[in-house]
Design a protein around this ligand. Structure first.
Ligand code: SF4
Ligand code: SF4
Length: 106
């Protein structure tokens, strides 16, 4: 492993990796990373869209200013819990995947 001094310049460092095609993250299924799944209570949601704004994986489904459908894209949600942390109404609960049935993992 190469170690750099704190004052090293970026152009002196070895590249960490390349992204050859912009937008390719949509092709990656990261559902296997998740240990806890966000489960949203539709009844208490006020459509503030904080969860949509803060989700780092764009995994909250929204349309016309409202959270819609199953609301979470489980293929691209990695279970970070940010949506649950920012929800002002505590509508999103992070539930361990081990407590959910296999069918719910689809
Ligand atoms: S747990 Fe993280 S990745 Fe999944 S929907 Fe919430 S903010 Fe997005
Ligand atoms: S942050 Fe909470 S209240 Fe706001 S849209 Fe998301 S689930 Fe609904």
């Amino acid at each position: 492993m190469r170690v750099y001094k704190p004052d090293a310049k970026w152009h002196e460092m070895v590249s960490g990796g390349y992204i050859p095609q912009a937008g390719n993250a949509v092709e990656y299924d990261v559902s296997g990373w998740r240990t806890d799944r966000p489960v949203r209570d539709d009844e208490c949601c006020i459509d503030c869209l904080f969860c949509w704004v803060y989700c780092p994986d764009n995994a909250i489904f929204c349309k016309d200013g409202s959270v819609v459908g199953q609301s979470i894209d489980l293929v691209h949600c990695k279970g970070c819990g940010i949506c649950a942390a920012v929800c002002p109404k505590d509508c999103i609960e992070m539930v361990p995947e081990s407590e959910l049935s296999g069918d719910d993992n689809e």
